[in-house]
Design a binder for this molecule. Sequence first.
Ligand SMILES: *Cc1c(COP(=O)(O)O)cnc(C)c1O
Ligand SMILES: [Zn+2]
Length: 367
Amino acid sequence: MEQFICSNCGSKHEITPTLWKCECGGVLDIAKETPEIDVSGWDAYPNSLWRYVQTMPFKKDSKTWEGVTMGEGQSPLIVLDSEVPDTYVKVDYMMPTLSFKDRGAAVLMTLAKELGVKKVIADSSGNAGTAIAAYAARCNISCDIYLSDTTSPKKIDQVKAHGATIKAVRGTREDIAAAAQRAVDEEGVFYASHVYNPYFYEGTKTYAYEIYEQLNGVPDSVIVPVGNGTLLLGVYYGFKELFENALIEKMPKIVAIQAKHCAPLAEAYRNGEEIAQPVVNEGTLAEGIAIAAPARSRQILEAVRHTKGTFIEIEEDEILDARAELSGKGFYVEVTSAVNYAGYLKYEKHPGEKIIIPLCGAGIKSK
Ligand SMILES: *Cc1c(COP(=O)(O)O)cnc(C)c1O
Ligand SMILES: [Zn+2]
């Protein structure tokens, strides 16, 4: 069985249903070597992110995922505009719960099922909670989702539909996480956190594997929205594994996007800091990335710097314009997801640069 390793003090821990962070306060990673990638084995699996299951830290030939999957992954990669042939959108809103969070949730809930978990708790600004609730339902695992009482009503309805118990909390995103963490510790249940549990990133890393197959290579840059960094770190780990297996010849640049009204990572990047100082969320339409104190800030900043990427901050008035422009091209995304396209419009792309814009959440999720 795999072990967790603390990103802060380096101590190793057995993976148990109730351990979610190191006693030193550090976030946990999976203690593992770079997997050896056997591309020729992929076709033996269904057309989903489970095509890459051999690269994930599960017992070899474990079939638990077969009872969990809802066909997530393998989202389309489409040229955005025939006049700009090097710009692609990856349509991750075409997932079972209409956001990319299904990638991580499917893998994380597979771990929960393997551990024999009976109940999970998660906190979310909406989409992660929906994804965890859906996969928990599929696994017959009971589920409480902590979220803000200001979350988009449509996202709350989605969580409820899967039979999860909603714990609406008044307060900041950090207050909500703290309430969930207290409940996890008091009840002694599994914390199905997309931020803390590193198995979530084993799901989001498949985003990079799919791009590698769809382009038959590596793009120059990938635009990635970032709040807690679950897509960003997945993209980074996925491409890193492909690079270390010599399947791609370079790492794509990670162009990270934050809403200016809540941009602790962009600020730390600008100031040359290794970790982000918490900021005050001034309020943004991009509810899904409004994270004032991201727990994995050190890893996110390292990833962006290591790929020679950058940060771009988006003003409020740019968000709705970008959403309207995308809809005009046929792609209807939720408000949070419009920042990705707004970031692309602000990015100084060089001619011929192959770039990917993720469309992370479906338009009907938000107002
Ligand atoms: C979760 C989410 C994000 C940001 O992900 P982080 O893990 O917080 O960086 C961006 N867009 C949408 C639609 C999301 O659901
Ligand atoms: Zn530690």
